[in-house]
Design a protein around this ligand. Structure first.
Ligand SMILES: CC/C=C\C/C=C\C/C=C\C/C=C\CC/C=C/C(=O)SCCNC(=O)CCNC(=O)[C@H](O)C(C)(C)COP(=O)(O)OP(=O)(O)OC[C@H]1O[C@@H](n2cnc3c(N)ncnc32)[C@H](O)[C@@H]1OP(=O)(O)O
Ligand SMILES: Cc1cc2nc3c(=O)[nH]c(=O)nc-3n(C[C@H](O)[C@H](O)[C@H](O)COP(=O)(O)OP(=O)(O)OC[C@H]3O[C@@H](n4cnc5c(N)ncnc54)[C@H](O)[C@@H]3O)c2cc1C
Length: 663
């Protein structure tokens, strides 16, 4: 009979876990789809993944190809919808070329291709008759997109573009799926016509033959080599690609933003040039939602294990203390639990924001594009940095056992941590947010209304002077008080930076000199967005016994923990007093006591299967020790009692020692 070692923990929950599962999934429908597909994947031995770390690169990669092909077969056999197929790929939980095909190649064509181009290429991509990648980054330039060196020169004689890599540093470097699988790519290159340059644009280029998969003439392509962590992201074939005067028809330049005529004239559409960067906006918003997936997964493991693990405190031979009951453990774990929920909420809002901007763009309203760029860039940066740090903290929260591969945490960290770099280095992205904020501040006096997530700056005079109204710890539970403190902090930091910037004769020089401060301003603004979206969510009707109350606690934990971690900002800008900071800490401690009995149920609400979690420490039933013990014996080193190499290398040393001893 299966024993639930966490049953006692589950019985303490003060809310309806089933209803919380629906809040987490986003809707009843989303929950049902997720739940069904997660079970489907978990019950299919073809999707087994616990042996990954023991495979060499070639075997690992072949295994990924097999899984991706099998997943595609099941998607077709079961006639899964787009939503179901995407959930299936998510639960298969193995980075693969398909991520880039569906996640970037298809969106790039949708976002930057004309109607005609979409009609030609999308059906081929949707049926996977071609497999695409997104090839922007080069060996010499990633962040600086304007610095890309690959050229696309229009040849009016043949009505073609010549794609060329003029230098070593112009080699495409990093694109996922490119190394070994992609047949096509959206390639970013500088457009040259009639001897003039017209900036970076996307081009659909065939890379490999559809008959024998060999590179087409003029193309050199391969994998860039092993990446961080064994197994982990090495299931992906990140690639290198060089072009030697490769010709493509003129109609393979993605022409929604600019067109090149038969004569080689460049005609700009009425859409902003920045739409060439649109795929990055799309993926960044997806990455925000994905941060909550990765963080919740780590937190689920650390919470369940912290309830199982006992150390010290035994009274008269009784049970020792569960480590989750130590305040230090709570102080490290519960803010991460709260962040997972906060990022879920902000990820949901991001979906709304993206849908909104897409509709506006269709109607030729480009007004919200700068703000959407700032939000996606900033929140991508904030959530991925916090998640990468959070996963590592969860590993430490699990003590020594967290370092075992079977805890699920090392692989999760290795797969996740590049999120701080891909789709824009997190610092580079925060500097984009800072530019947007400085622009907003500089326009405040000109009568231009601050809108959307910067609307609070419209109240700059009030926010520069307001005094925090906290008199006792419970006051920190009031959303209006928290909001004002965060708005005042972000405004005061922005205004101070703008004033410092204005002291420089040259704005760009000032921006470089003050960039470390500007990053902090951007972080303050992004944290405010997360807090405000969480608070907004709580203004909705949320059904289910105790569900709203739990979310309120988590929202307060998120906000007050940020306040504590960034106390320097709040105090130095005079937004709160030292006494009020101390009251915030009192309140935080009290909130931890309220979260404690609900902690295991709050992670159950993520509804993760044991297959997906892939962690002995995070098992649903909490049966950790027997399974850890059992798992150790499965290691190939334990296949034989005396290891290979012992007689060859170790025994001679021992024998030498014995001989020496006898002498
Ligand atoms: C595929 C994954 C699918 C789903 C994801 C789900 C889960 C995640 C799991 C796995 C992920 C798997 C794989 C990861 C795949 C990774 C792919 C990549 O990394 S692709 C490459 C990404 N590269 C970058 O992000 C480069 C970063 N650099 C830039 O974005 C820009 O160059 C930069 C923002 C730094 C701007 O450069 P700059 O030269 O300073 O300015 P520029 O002249 O270019 O722009 C001026 C003007 O434009 C505005 N602007 C800039 N970017 C955008 C934009 N994206 N949208 C709208 N507007 C933009 C900028 O603010 C400025 O405006 P103003 O003139 O000031 O008004
Ligand atoms: C796993 C993975 C998958 C990827 N997949 C793809 C893909 O599918 N397609 C693709 O095209 N690309 C892909 N990339 C590339 C990725 O987008 C770039 O690596 C990323 O944009 C960062 O650029 P970079 O490597 O040039 O970093 P750099 O810009 O060289 O960063 C190095 C350091 O310089 C700092 N820095 C740079 N510029 C500034 C500045 N202006 N001010 C202050 N500091 C600065 C950064 O903060 C960082 O600390 C992938 C990368 C990884 C790791």
């Amino acid at each position: 009979m299966e024993v639930d070692h966490l049953a006692d923990e589950r019985s303490k929950a003060q809310f309806d876990v089933e209803e919380m599962k629906i809040v987490w999934a986003g809707s009843r429908h989303a929950f049902q789809v997720s739940d069904r597909i997660a079970r489907l994947v978990a019950s299919d031995p073809a999707f087994q993944k616990d042996h990954r770390a023991r495979l060499g690169r070639k075997e690992l990669f072949k295994n990924t190809l097999r899984k991706a092909a099998y997943a595609w077969k099941r998607i077709n056999e079961l006639r899964l919808t787009e939503e179901e197929a995407s959930r299936l790929r998510f639960f298969v939980d193995e980075p693969a070329f398909t991520d880039l095909h569906w996640g970037m190649f298809v969106p790039a064509i949708k976002g930057q291709g004309t109607e005609e181009q979409q009609q030609k290429w999308l059906p081929l991509a949707h049926k996977m008759q071609i497999i695409g990648c997104y090839a922007q980054t080069e060996l010499g330039h990633g962040s600086n997109v304007q610095g890309l060196e690959t050229t696309a020169t229009f040849d009016p004689q043949t009505d073609e573009f010549i794609i060329h890599s003029p230098t070593l540093t112009s080699s495409k470097w990093w694109p996922g799926g490119l190394g070994k699988v992609a047949t096509h790519g959206v390639i970013y290159a500088r457009l040259l016509t009639n001897g003039q340059e017209h900036g970076v644009h996307g081009f659909i280029v065939q890379i490999r033959s559809l008959d024998d998969h060999l590179p087409l003439p003029g193309i050199t392509v391969g994998d860039i080599g092993i990446k961080f962590g064994s197994g982990a992201y090495n299931t992906m074939d990140n690639g290198v690609l060089r072009f030697d005067q490769v010709r493509i028809p003129r109609n393979q330049m993605l022409m929604r933003v600019s067109q090149v005529t038969r004569e080689g004239k460049v005609v700009q559409s009425d859409v902003p040039r920045q739409l060439v960067y649109g795929t990055m906006v799309f993926v960044r918003k997806t990455i925000v939602g994905d941060a909550s997936n990765a963080l919740s997964r780590a937190v689920c493991i650390a919470t369940r294990y912290s309830a199982v693990r006992r150390q010290f405190g035994s009274q008269k031979g009784g049970l020792e203390t569960q480590v989750i009951d130590y305040k230090t453990q709570q102080n490290r774990l519960f803010p991460l639990l709260a962040s997972a929920y906060a990022f879920r909420v902000v990820g949901e809002w991001m979906e709304w924001l993206y849908t909104d901007v897409t509709q506006r763009l269709k109607a030729n309203d480009f007004s919200t594009l700068p703000e959407v760029h700032a939000c996606t860039a900033g929140l991508k940066s904030l959530t991925t940095s916090a998640t990468a740090d959070g996963i590592e903290e969860c590993r430490k929260l699990c003590g020594g056992h967290g370092y075992l591969h079977s805890s699920g945490l090392p692989e999760l960290f290795a797969v996740y941590v590049p999120a701080c770099t891909y789709e824009g280095d997190n610092i580079v992205l925060l500097l984009q947010v800072a530019r947007f904020l400085m622009k907003t501040v500089s326009q405040l006096g000109s009568g231009k209304k601050a809108v959307g997530t910067t609307a609070y700056m419209g109240r700059v005079e009030q926010l520069m002077q307001c005094r925090c109204d906290v008199q006792n710890a419970e006051d920190w539970l009031k959303p209006s008080i928290v909001m004002e403190a965060f708005e005042a902090r972000a405004t005061r930091m922005s205004v101070a930076c703008a004033r410092n910037l204005s002291k420089f004769g040259n704005q760009e020089e000032g921006f470089l000199e003050l960039s470390a401060d500007l990053v902090e301003v951007a972080v303050a603004h992004c944290q405010l967005i997360v807090v405000s979206k969480f608070i907004e969510k709580l203004q909705q009707d949320i059904p289910g016994k105790g569900v709203k109350n739990q979310l309120e606690n988590l929202c307060s934990v998120y906000a007050l923990n940020i306040l504590h971690k960034h106390l320097g900002d709040f105090l130095s800008t005079g937004c709160i007093t030292p006494m009020q900071a101390s009251l915030a800490n009192d309140q935080l401690r009290s909130l931890y006591s309220q979260v404690r009995p609900n902690a295991v149920a709050l992670v159950d609400a993520f509804n993760y299967t044991d297959h997906f979690l892939s962690s002995i420490l995070g098992r649903y039933d909490g049966n950790v020790y027997p399974k850890l013990y059992e798992d150790a014996w499965k290691d190939p080193l334990n296949d034989s009692i005396v290891p290979d190499g012992f007689h060859e290398y170790v025994q001679p040393i021992l024998k030498q020692q014995l001989r020496n001893a006898k002498l």
